[in-house]
Design a protein around this ligand. Structure first.
Ligand code: FAD
Length: 445
């Protein structure tokens, strides 16, 4: 065993101060362990990124949550956070070929219902227990399909196809032929098999005062030492613990380390002995998540609306999130960040002309998650085969190293809920290992 007498000592180092890392740190520090959190950015939250922009409290990262998401909802209750929602749409637009159709949200939901119902009818067969997603032994048989090929099999009419595809781009933020079909089953299984509920769970309710309220509440409810601007550069581990190097060459020695990096950046971390292929391979393959989220302020007054186009457009979905007498702020999603610069008002103005040429874009904003060196992805959507090949390995501890991330959660992977689920699990496992080590030591002395 290598001795590290000079390095600072901690019981646990947590790498990353997103929801997974902060939850882990809260659980462990409140059980009496000395915890240091090392966060590369100058802010907490990771892919939760709340800012005052365009005159509103905007979520540049994760936005919505729901009472069907048990872990995040428990936190909402614990901290007494207020929940609200955007305005109900009074108009809905969609495309049949290049022709714009207009109706209400109910008309649109009826249009996509047959496709959604048929696409998702086997949800319970494949995922009877979303909390244990590998329960069905032959899940790999269905995990080889991408969402596009499953939609193609339905042989939908053109407007039904456009509408279903656009709705899925809103959900999956990626080209549909790169997304595992199993993602759709997992989201629906988390909603007890009901696709309407799945739509509501993923995109309606938000924290009234911003999601940073949740991040700050968890951070403040912890005695961990949280260090910002502290990118971890290497982790050296052995049977007795690990040495973590960060910032400008600082080192901490810890008995356990919890790594919470997003799937797409994990392989960049210098770890020795190296992480298993079950973790590195999916990180190099990357998630499918490569799309955009755009915030758009337009001249008002306008009626609240929802609009779906088709999956190959720069923006496949837009809708009003805030409306006033003078302006409105819309949120939009597209499958591929290479098709549109969400910080360029001209490009966004052009993109929304697919539905409406009566909207005047005043300002736009967004965060380029694909170019963000500490994320390189939006919300996790797996590629075909990734769930069945890597899920168990991604969660597994490796010696002194433990792992937590929304990307590897069981129920709502890719959501706030999954981040908290994974942080609770890592906190419990690390605590029990530290306790057993302490018991062994005291028995030996
Ligand atoms: C645009 C967008 C929209 C979304 N919409 C929703 C939504 O509506 N509802 C929902 O539930 N979820 C949504 N999500 C997903 C949700 O935000 C994430 O799943 C969740 O916040 C991830 O938490 P995490 O802690 O697992 O990862 P992260 O938040 O990514 O935390 C990982 C942390 O590790 C840090 N880090 C990385 N490398 C290093 C290093 N070398 N050293 C130190 N620190 C490092 C990062 O800076 C980061 O803070 C969305 C995400 C995005 C980007």
């Amino acid at each position: 065993m290598t001795e590290h007498f000079d390095a600072e000592q901690a019981d646990v180092v947590v790498i990353g101060a997103g929801l997974a890392g902060l939850t882990t740190a809260r659980e462990l520090s409140n059980r009496g362990h000395k915890v240091v959190v090392l966060e590369a950015r100058e802010r907490l939250g990771g892919r939760v990124y709340t800012e005052q922009r365009l005159g509103q409290t905007l979520e540049l990262g994760g936005n919505w949550l729901h009472w069907t998401q048990p872990h995040v909802w428990a936190e909402v209750t614990r901290y007494g956070l207020e929940v609200s929602r955007g305005p109900r749409s009074e108009e809905t637009y969609w495309l049949a070929g290049d022709e714009v159709r207009r109706g209400n949200l109910d008309n649109f939901m009826k249009l996509i219902d047959p496709g959604m119902t048929r696409l998702l009818e086997d949800t319970v067969k494949w995922l009877p227990r979303p909390d244990a997603p590998l329960t069905v032994e032959n899940l790999a048989e269905v995990d080889r399909y991408n969402l596009q090929e499953m939609l193609d099999k339905l042989d939908l009419s053109e407007d039904e196809r456009n509408a279903n595809e656009a709705a899925w781009v809103g959900h999956f933020n990626a080209p549909l032929d790169q997304c595992a079909y199993v993602n759709a089953l997992r989201w629906t299984a988390g909603s007890s098999g009901h696709w309407h509920l799945m739509h509501e769970a993923s995109a309606i309710y938000r924290l009234k005062n911003g999601n940073d309220g949740l991040v700050n509440a968890i951070a403040q409810d912890s005695t961990a030492d949280i260090r910002l601007n502290s990118p971890v550069t290497s982790v050296r581990h052995d049977a007795a613990g690990a040495t973590v190097s960060y910032g400008d060459g600082q080192e901490i020695r810890a008995r356990k380390v919890v790594i919470t990096l997003p799937q797409n950046v994990l392989h960049k971390l210098d770890v020795e002995p190296a992480l298993s292929e079950g973790k590195l391979a999916p990180s190099r393959e990357k998630t499918a998540s490569q799309g955009v989220k755009a915030w758009i302020r337009v001249k008002g007054p306008i009626k609240p609306f929802f609009a779906y186009s088709a999956q190959d457009k720069p923006l496949s979905v837009i809708r009003t999130e805030f409306v006033s007498d003078t302006d409105a702020v819309l949120v939009g999603f597209g499958a591929d960040a290479n098709r549109i610069d969400v910080t360029n008002p001209e490009q966004v103005q052009e993109a929304i002309k697919v539905w409406r040429d009566d909207l005047e874009v005043l300002e736009v904003t967004g965060h380029k998650w694909g170019e963000d060196e500490y994320a390189e992805e939006t919300w996790q959507i797996q590629r075909p085969g990734q769930l069945t090949k890597y899920h168990a390995a991604q969660q597994a501890s490796e010696g002194a190293l433990h792992f937590a991330s929304s990307d590897t959660a069981n129920i709502w992977a890719g959501f706030f809920d999954g981040a908290i689920e994974s942080g609770l699990r890592a906190g419990r496992l690390v605590h029990s290992e530290l306790q057993s080590d302490a018991e062994l030591q005291s028995a030996a002395s």
